[in-house]
Design a protein around this ligand. Sequence first.
Ligand SMILES: NC(=O)c1ccc[n+]([C@@H]2O[C@H](COP(=O)([O-])OP(=O)(O)OC[C@H]3O[C@@H](n4cnc5c(N)ncnc54)[C@H](OP(=O)(O)O)[C@@H]3O)[C@@H](O)[C@H]2O)c1
Length: 379
Amino acid sequence: MEEGAEVRNKQVIFKDYIKGALKESDMYVKTDTTRKLELPEGAEGVLVKNLYLSCDPYMRLLMTKRDTGGVFSSYTPGSPLTGYGVAKVLESGNANFKKGDLVWGPKIPWEEYSIINNTESLFKIEYTDMPLSYYTGILAMPGMTAYAGFFEVCSPKKGEYIFVSAAAGAVGQLVGQFAKWMGCYVVGSAGSEEKYMTHLLITSLGCALEQVKLLKNKLGFDEAFNYKEEQDLDAALKRESTLTLTWRLIVSDRCFPEGIDIYFENVGGKMLDAVLLNMRTHGRIAVCGMVSQYNLDEPEGVRNLMHIVSRRVRIQGFAVFDYYHLYSKYLEFVLPLIREGKITYVEDIVEGLENGPAALVGLLSGRNIGKQVVVVARD
Ligand SMILES: NC(=O)c1ccc[n+]([C@@H]2O[C@H](COP(=O)([O-])OP(=O)(O)OC[C@H]3O[C@@H](n4cnc5c(N)ncnc54)[C@H](OP(=O)(O)O)[C@@H]3O)[C@@H](O)[C@H]2O)c1
């Protein structure tokens, strides 16, 4: 594209603060905006072409007007959404970046071209032998979240019993694989059969049907279950074998008859209550997020908190941005695992900025399988 040219700059605009579940109509695609492809005189930021955008659950929190605790402020109605993404530098007013650099960072507007003034928040992409989309997931914020949350907050030991909720998502699939890498026993929950993947026996037909699904067969979890099919989450976590609501006998399913040492909390609500009943003495809960609560106007209560005392459980919330100083250490750990095929990363990629709103809505209702990415442009 010629420098200084005026180009179309398609955007996804946030309409207004919302209550309840996010809908596609809470955003709209604006196609009549343009951007001149040059930095203003004296600008110290970078002009970028946006390539990949990340859909992340916290974005829903920014759509309600409230104090989210500081780092990310609520979206401004009438402006583009912002979030994590990957971009290419077209022009730079900053000595740390040059034309052609690839970057990832947290404040990328949902549009085709942007000027980013706050360049301190940008990470330069050094390893371009990896898929660029990985810099919205395994090689960026969700990867760092799984790494810091599991190794720094959970203090795992070989052989421990680990439970991960939203286990097929951007963060959860990595926590499960890191835990297996450490030699732990790992169970994950997810909200659909495609995600939870186990060996199922359809008793009503009287024949065995093995379905190839995600968590067990591709990601190496020891066990997995679909929480939406469970009437009693406490029983699901304890069980050795049971009938699901849809009359399937889970043959090899043993989950946690001896309790859970570490719970990596992604969802909150009823799952947290059930987990508290199953924690072992001196267990740890790393509270990464509570996605089941983000679309609710009133958060659900948690009843089984007394078990924290009797079992001496440590519960610790954490935020990924407190751990970015470990990013190069994380890359040293994870890049060899990816290159040697010891870690898999599942992505759910949609093409086109105009499909971003549907992808974001889908993330908050569990339609994504793996990291939800939106492609704006591939180079
Ligand atoms: N602390 C931090 O710094 C930090 C950083 C990144 C992410 N997070 C948190 O980590 C968690 C996972 O994020 P992610 O990026 O990996 O997202 P993700 O798992 O890729 O996508 C969100 C998933 O949440 C599940 N979900 C949606 N609504 C739900 C509900 N009502 N009840 C239970 N599950 C529901 C869905 O999976 P199912 O099909 O399983 O329902 C959906 O696929 C979120 O809570 C997020 O806020 C925290």
